[in-house]
Structures are given as structure tokens and as C-alpha cells.
Design a protein around this ligand. Structure first.
Ligand SMILES: Cc1cc2nc3c(=O)[nH]c(=O)nc-3n(C[C@H](O)[C@H](O)[C@H](O)COP(=O)(O)OP(=O)(O)OC[C@H]3O[C@@H](n4cnc5c(N)ncnc54)[C@H](O)[C@@H]3O)c2cc1C
Length: 399
């Protein structure tokens, strides 16, 4: 496919050069469409380059599981397809339980996951301790473990999609901001940008934590918010050799960790903090994160930090993705698709992107049944009518 194309005419315009928009643009191009990707800054400058990279098929709903399974299989075949990859490592992911209620919920989830083909197993308390010698012994009531779950390296994922975009011939327009939709009657005919109009018969809107703003520019209400999320990496320690440390998600507190450069990478958001744009590290909350980590992984206590960052993570009120037609005040806007990963863009991003590319072309996707994932599940106040993903990070409930 050619590397060049018209910057002002396309079959599809995709807004947002994060993992969702970029992979969507690539999939559309690979399907033979002419695609222009608009990014107001640089590719990956949003949440996608700042994530922790956790990728888990142990999802809380069948849709979450299917999106993660599709994304994981994409990460695994990238090298063959692209000659480059996002750095996926199947580290194994443990979700320990600390209360009877957590055990009941985990076993119910596990039954659903097994039915969908996830290779997840139940570990007894002794097996948890054996499989994870860095975890303080005798703390858990058991947990679920999936050896296929793992992590990608988010900056490498940005490199992978930049390569895919260039090789496939997507016209990437960085430093160009989407300003609104162009319409004739109820049909979309293109977009307005800071560099002039682009003509196109279809538009995909992404934006991560900025998606509500992108929606406003398009005349749509999209209930996606942003919240501070902190990630830190400890200095190395011999006990934290990756062979001894599965990834762990303490679901109730929202704290997760994984091996990184001989130390631990750990992260979480403060569920009590009002949503908003993250501009600095919250040292007081970092201390609480560390206290919980030190309690569960004693060897981490006292280790220095080699990296620490705060960034804005996207969320939807029910923590589930949005993949569906745009809904304006007068109903659906034909030709416009909205795609959001609900704060799980490393886990679900390629699957969300593939499904959005499918909806744009056929109104249907084989990746996941999108019937329950559209904007019509939210009321006027942005409240979702469906139950929230039970194992998401503990985020605000409204956007
Ligand atoms: C600290 C942190 C840790 C995380 N850890 C994980 C994890 O471990 N696992 C996981 O699954 N997820 C994780 N996430 C979430 C994940 O990073 C996001 O869900 C994902 O990156 C969202 O991708 P996106 O493409 O929708 O958004 P983004 O990556 O934010 O991309 C949106 C892009 O749209 C652009 N844009 C906005 N407005 C306009 C406009 N008007 N015109 C043109 N372009 C515009 C922005 O500049 C941006 O580049 C984490 C996020 C953070 C912040």
C-alpha cells in the first residue's frame, strides 16, 4: 500500500492518535479504505504512552473477556503481521482474595471466563504462596490465576502503531486538531480541523480522557471522564526476579503490580478523589499505596523509587468500553462511530479498535457483541443502565 495519500479527502477520518484511534485507523486501512488520522499533538501523547501496560483476559463481563482475548491474540501475532510488536509478555496474573465475599465473586467470574475459553485456574491459599514467594505468606483465601495474562510496554505499543500506520499508508496528521463534524442533512460529509476541512463519508471519534471534549466539538454528549492515576517503579531487588513475581491485582483496593526492570511497577487511582486532570503526583496517596504494597510484598518496603508518574486515565461511569454509533440530540448520527476503552486501553484497546472499524464498515463486529456497549446505555446525566464491570479500578461513577 502507498505511503502517501490525500490529506484532505478520505473514506474515513479517525480522531485521536492513541492506541484506540491509531489501531482503528490501521485496521480500516488494511481493509482497503483511505484513512486520515487526526492527532492534535503527537501520536501517543495522551494516556497511551503513560499506561502501566497490564493486559488481562480475567475480565468481569463476557464483553470484557472477549475484547481482552482479541487484544491479546493481536499482541501475540503482531511480529508476524507487522515485523514489530508492543512487547507483550505472558507473565501470569494472580487476583488474590482476602474475604469470603471476594472468593464467591472470583469463583463466579472464573466460571464465566472458563466458558469463554480463558485458561484460568483457582489457586488454594498454599498454592498462592507457592506461586508467589514474594507475597507475604498466609494472607489470602486463594485466588484466580491466568498464566496467559501479562503486560505490554506502552511506549513500545506507540512505536508499533506508528510503524503500522506508516507502512499501511494511513495519512497521519499530527498537530492537527479536530474542530467539528461537517454534515449534509443527517449524513456526515467530513470534519473541520485547525488545518482546514477533510472530506470523508465516515468518522471515528476517540480521545481517551479528552473524549467528552471531542464529543462536545461534534455536538455529542459522551460520558467519559479523566482521573489521576499514579504509577511507580521500585529499584531492583534480587527477590523480585521476574521468574518469582507473577502480576497481582488486589481488586478490592485497586492496587496492582508487576515486575519491571528487576523491581516492581505498581499503580492505582484514589477512588475518593474527584475526577479531573492530573498535573502532579499526590505524595500523600502514594504513601498509602506503598503501605498496602509493603504489607503484601514485604521485600518492597524501603526500596527506593527509580520512576514515578501521575497521568490522567480515562473512565466511563460503568468502567465498560463504549463502541457504538454517535448519538446526537436528535438520535443516531449516521456515519459516526464512538470508541472508548473505559480506562483499559492496553487490555482492550486493539479489540475496541477492531470492533469500531467493523461497525464503521458493516454495523456489526465479530470481535464482540456491541449491542450493549453503545451510548444508548447512558441516561441524560451520563448514568449507565447496565451493571458496572466488577473488577475495574475503583473510579468515579459518573462523568
Ligand atoms: C497512568 C496510567 C496507567 C494505565 N495503566 C493501564 C493498564 O495497565 N492497562 C490498561 O489496559 N490501561 C491502562 N491505562 C488506560 C489506558 O492507557 C487508556 O485506556 C488508553 O490509553 C486510552 O487510549 P485512547 O486511544 O482512547 O486515548 P489516548 O491515548 O488518550 O489518545 C487520545 C488522543 O486523542 C488526542 N485528541 C484529543 N482531542 C483531540 C482533538 N480535538 N483533535 C485531535 N486529537 C485529539 C489526544 O491528544 C490523544 O493523543 C492507564 C492509563 C494511565 C494514565
Amino acid at each position: 500500500m502507498p505511503l502517501t495519500g490525500h490529506a484532505d479527502t478520505a473514506d474515513v477520518v479517525v480522531v485521536g492518535g492513541g492506541t484506540v484511534g491509531a489501531w482503528c485507523a490501521y485496521f480500516l486501512r488494511r481493509d482497503g479504505l483511505r484513512v486520515v488520522l487526526l492527532e492534535k499533538g503527537m501520536l501517543g501523547q495522551g494516556a497511551s504512552s503513560r499506561a502501566a501496560g497490564v493486559v488481562r483476559a480475567q475480565g468481569g463481563t463476557p464483553e470484557a473477556v472477549r475484547l481482552a482475548q482479541w487484544s491479546q491474540s493481536f499482541y501475540r501475532r503482531q511480529r508476524d503481521e507487522l515485523g514489530f510488536d508492543s512487547g507483550f509478555v505472558a507473565q501470569g496474573y494472580l487476583l488474590p482474595c482476602f474475604t469470603g465475599a471476594e472468593v464467591t465473586a472470583a469463583r463466579t467470574r472464573m466460571a464465566m471466563q472458563l466458558e469463554l475459553g480463558v485458561d484460568v485456574e483457582w489457586l488454594s491459599p498454599a498454592e498462592v504462596d507457592e506461586r508467589n514467594p514474594t507475597l507475604a505468606p498466609g494472607q489470602t483465601l486463594g485466588g484466580t490465576f491466568c498464566a496467559d495474562d501479562g503486560y505490554i510496554t506502552p511506549p513500545r505499543n506507540v512505536t508499533a502503531y506508528a510503524i503500522a500506520l506508516a507502512r499501511s499508508g494511513v495519512v497521519v496528521r499530527e498537530q492537527v486538531r479536530f474542530l467539528g463534524l461537517r454534515r449534509e442533512g443527517d449524513r456526515v460529509t467530513g470534519v473541520d480541523t485547525t488545518a482546514g476541512p477533510v472530506t470523508a463519508g465516515a468518522v471515528v471519534l476517540t480521545g481517551g480522557p479528552k473524549l467528552a471534549e471531542v464529543g462536545r466539538l461534534a455536538g455529542l454528549r459522551i460520558p467519559v471522564g479523566g482521573a489521576r492515576h499514579q504509577v511507580a517503579v521500585t529499584q531492583p531487588h534480587p527477590d523480585l526476579d521476574p521468574f518469582r513475581v507473577p502480576m497481582v491485582f488486589d481488586v478490592a483496593s485497586g492496587l496492582y503490580w508487576r515486575p519491571e526492570e528487576g523491581g516492581l511497577l505498581f499503580g492505582m487511582s484514589n477512588p475518593e478523589e474527584p475526577p479531573g486532570w492530573a498535573t502532579e503526583v499526590d505524595e500523600a496517596y502514594l504513601a498509602l499505596m506503598r503501605a498496602r504494597l509493603d504489607q503484601l510484598v514485604p521485600v518492597a518496603a524501603g526500596l527506593g523509587l527509580r520512576r514515578l508518574w501521575a497521568a490522567t486515565i480515562d473512565y466511563t461511569p460503568d468502567h465498560l468500553p463504549i463502541i457504538g454509533p454517535a448519538l446526537g440530540p436528535d438520535g443516531p448520527v449516521p456515519g459516526v462511530t464512538v470508541a472508548a476503552a473505559g480506562g483499559a486501553g492496553m487490555m482492550w484497546g486493539p479489540g475496541v479498535a477492531r470492533a469500531a472499524a467493523d461497525l464503521t464498515q458493516n454495523g456489526f463486529s465479530a470481535v464482540v457483541d456491541t449491542a450493549g456497549l453503545g451510548l444508548d446505555r447512558f441516561d441524560e446525566q451520563g448514568r449507565s443502565k447496565v451493571p458496572a464491570d466488577p473488577i475495574a479500578l475503583p473510579f468515579p461513577q459518573s462523568a
